[in-house]
Write a protein that binds this ligand. Sequence first.
Ligand SMILES: Nc1ncnc2c1ncn2[C@@H]1O[C@H](COP(=O)(O)OP(=O)(O)OP(=O)(O)O)[C@@H](O)[C@H]1O
Ligand SMILES: [Mg+2]
Length: 329
Amino acid sequence: MNEHPPTLGDGSPSNANGAITSAISARGVTKTYPATGKTPEVQALKSVDLTIPVGSFFGLLGPNGAGKSTLINILAGLVKKTDGSVAVWGHDIDSETRAARAAIGVVPQELNLDPFFTPSETMEFQAGLYGVPKSERRTAELLAAVRLTDQADAYARRLSGGMRRRLLLAKALAHQPPILVLDEPTAGVDVELRHQLWAYIRELNAGGVTVLLTTHYLEEAEALCDHVAIINHGEVIVHEPTAQLVAKLDRKVVTITLTDPQQVIPESLAQFDAELTSPQTLAVQYAPSQTAVGQVLDAVRQAGWTIADLTTEQSDLEEVFLALTSAKD
Ligand SMILES: Nc1ncnc2c1ncn2[C@@H]1O[C@H](COP(=O)(O)OP(=O)(O)OP(=O)(O)O)[C@@H](O)[C@H]1O
Ligand SMILES: [Mg+2]
């Protein structure tokens, strides 16, 4: 969202020359969860490299079990990596653990709140943990920002799922970290609230906070993120600005129902990736940026075939994973 990194105060990550470097830098990060009596060893991350520019809105996309939470939890100091190195806001997570942790606020995937704390107490406790002086705490302001003012003194166990997620967001911001990490922030949040959350997170990003979020939804990443990485089976398979990735997704399928059964793909369709999936169903893949669907339809008519019906379909994330992973092999 921000073309240029915002001007930051003293806490900016900088190298020896004082130049700003990345908000998060992971190199060769590997995680192996050891085998237990019942489960085999799991290689959740395989030498992951990731660079998150200061001020960016970064999306980490991947299917279930890809390793997103594992990676995020390593960055946040919640899971211990097996190998590799990570710097958060310029601080190595092994040698400068406290400084690294202070630079990051995490909204976890699990709604892990103490049921006997109220939102106000939760916020105060969190600020206390990070040593934020009473005069600098922003409990009321943050609860208002996530629309929880009315629930400020209700026990967390009385909050709905969406309210809990919003409280977790406020909690992650209690120590005003320069990096905000959100693990599936909109899971279980209704559409209206999702848009409010997005708006608020965008505002934080516009104010200079570097945002990293994980999501299953390409749509969500497309709407919010200026950079996207795709992770699959513990490996980062794509890491680039969103616009470039979207260009890669330049693939549509038009499925045409024919009035008469056919056997052979005609000459006029030879230039397309066309297939008869049944005698009366023709599926044609094309790149919308290069080919208009009208050209495909013209080619079908040119063959003398008549179209009874048609549907088009954009490639979804699952297909993209497949396309990208098989392209790499
Ligand atoms: N504490 C753990 N012990 C053993 N294996 C684990 C543990 N946590 C995660 N895993 C395994 O590591 C792999 C990656 O899991 P992870 O939770 O990082 O994926 P994810 O991308 O966040 O998935 P989701 O989209 O479902 O949240 C999976 O195979 C998972 O079963
Ligand atoms: Mg996860």
